[in-house]
Design a protein around this ligand. Structure first.
Ligand SMILES: [Fe+2]
Ligand SMILES: [Fe+2]
Length: 103
């Protein structure tokens, strides 16, 4: 894989992540409100941080600045291990207790 291909893939990945944050986070946040999730504030602040990290990387990419693959991998790693396996799972249990399947 040459550098241009690698960069194009990185760009696509960042755009997909940005869309994901919009739809998925918004859906979760609507559920927080609807079911009065007690950890709404902390969970939402984690979403806000992830949103800003993704758009910062995306903006840099759009401007033609160097975006390090290792930075993107680090973001995904934290996202997956801390957020999805931590906060999202906790929210999933909360919903399950209310008889609702996680979104
Ligand atoms: Fe989630
Ligand atoms: Fe979440």
């Amino acid at each position: 894989m040459n550098t241009n291909q690698g960069e194009a893939i990185l760009g696509e990945l960042l755009i997909k992540l940005e869309h994901y944050t919009y739809y998925h986070f918004d859906t979760e946040e609507q559920y927080f409100q609807k079911y009065e999730y007690p950890e709404l504030a902390i969970h939402k602040s984690q979403h806000d941080l992830l949103r800003s990290q993704v758009s910062e990387l995306e903006e840099r990419y759009e401007k033609g600045d160097e975006v390090l693959v290792v930075k993107v991998m680090e973001l995904l790693k934290n996202w997956f291990f801390d957020h999805i396996l931590g906060s999202d799972r906790k929210f999933g249990y909360f919903l399950n207790e209310k008889g609702i399947k996680h979104v």
